[in-house]
Design a binder for this molecule. Structure first.
Ligand SMILES: *Cc1c(COP(=O)(O)O)cnc(C)c1O
Length: 387
């Protein structure tokens, strides 16, 4: 019987309140470019403690817009991590820039800040850290490095909505030019697809607004307006707009975010307790300055189990755990290899990849689900036998 249940690694939580509000919007006059966009943006900016939020139709388009707002272009270098979804570095490629991958620190999966400086050149125009799994990296240290070379930071915080660094929410942009979130269903809150950029800078804000709608504006005209209908396209943008159907979910979901994070942290604490001091796996330990929102719960296989990852993964799946791997180092993707990126360039990231498995973690998990995950993991390790 138990073998039949499937516990995914992540799952959205949608309730009647979300559905009721969604139905109201679908029946209303505005299903896109309406009032829910502003409402979501204002509540998100307020929640995070930033001046402005601009929504997009995905986290990927939000990254693209943020890099564009900084003027990233041909030949520029963008320092980022290989332990991320391809979107983080793809957004640099969209603009003709070159991603430069910096290796990881093994115990968190975040960028190794001692290795950033050696990657900085005269072409470096941007550094994009990812708060891997929802665990905020040391922004003060990274900010110091960035300031020394006068290079701006953009936080890819797709994993870190609801997380805190030194007691303040990720997204307040205290240490970065902009912060990017994703609202894909595996993330902390969902709008189906969706994303947002937060910033405190009015110029970036205007640029982001225009970028998501073809570079069009209805103010600060270059030419003399022809009449009330007049608008101007001042640079090449895209249609990257979120709809009101999505934004209303953002509004209702955001109200539940703190509850979601609280439940994620309870589950993580149960896992921490169960996996303390065992011979199979190690886990990420939270440190003083970083309050994780636990997008992921990564387990790392200890020696020699890392050589049996495929078997362990397959057995966990067979027992109904929808485990996932985060991530295949981006530069190992065939497209990146064709661009000339080489295996072995970030050895810690490759080692991390060999050891990492993300186990189920989402707010709707019951304590029974959690017990089942823990029990199954130990059973799988006991059954495989060391080679
Ligand atoms: C999910 C994710 C993205 C992309 O977001 P989408 O909304 O799926 O486009 C970017 N970076 C990271 C680290 C992510 O996890």
């Amino acid at each position: 019987m138990q073998g039949k249940r499937l516990i995914p690694y992540a799952r959205q939580s949608i309730d009647d309140r979300d559905v009721e509000e969604l139905v109201k919007v679908i029946r209303s006059d505005f299903i896109t470019q309406g009032p829910k966009i502003n409402e979501f943006e204002e509540s998100l900016a307020t929640y995070c403690g930033a001046e402005y939020a601009v929504t997009f139709n995905s986290g990927t388009s939000a990254l693209h817009a943020a890099y564009h707002a900084l003027g990233i272009g041909d030949g520029d270098e963008v320092i980022t991590t290989p332990n991320t979804f391809v979107a983080t570095s793809n957004a640099a490629l969209y603009l003709g820039a070159k991603p430069v991958f910096t290796d990881l620190e093994m115990n968190t999966g975040n960028m190794d800040l001692s290795k950033v400086e050696m990657n900085i050149t005269s072409k470096t125009k941007l550094i994009v850290p990812v708060h891997y799994g929802g665990y905020p990296l040391d922004l003060v240290t990274l900010h110091k490095i960035a300031q020394k070379y006068e290079v701006p930071l953009i936080e890819d915080a797709a994993h870190a909505l609801g997380a805190k660094y030194r007691g303040e929410r990720i997204g307040n942009c205290r240490f970065s030019a902009m912060t990017v979130f994703s609202f894909h269903p595996v993330k902390h809150i969902t709008t189906g697809e969706g994303g947002a950029v937060l910033t405190n800078d009015p110029e970036y804000y205007e640029n982001l607004l225009m970028f998501r709608t073809h570079g069009i504006t209805k103010k600060n005209f270059v030419n003399h307006p022809h009449g009330d209908w007049y608008y101007e396209m001042q640079f090449l943008g895209y249609n990257y707009r979120m709809t009101d159907i999505q934004a209303v979910l953002g509004v209702t979901q955001l109200k539940k975010l703190d509850g979601f994070v609280k439940r994620r942290r309870e589950i993580a604490a149960l896992y921490d307790e169960a996996f303390r001091d065992n011979s199979y796996i190690q886990t990420v330990k939270e440190k003083k300055d970083s309050f994780s929102s636990y997008h992921l719960y990564p387990i790392l296989l200890k020696n020699p189990y890392h050589t049996q990852k495929k078997e362990i993964f397959d057995n966990l799946r067979k027992e109904g755990l929808g485990v996932q791997i985060h991530y295949i180092p981006v530069y190992l993707q065939p497209y990146y290899q064709r661009l000339g990126y080489k295996n072995g360039s970030c050895p810690v990231a490759e080692d991390f990849y060999q050891r990492e498995i993300s186990i189920p973690l989402y707010p709707a998990m019951t304590n029974d689900d959690v017990d089942y995950v823990i029990k199954t993991i130990f059973e799988v390790f006991e059954s495989i036998g060391v080679v």
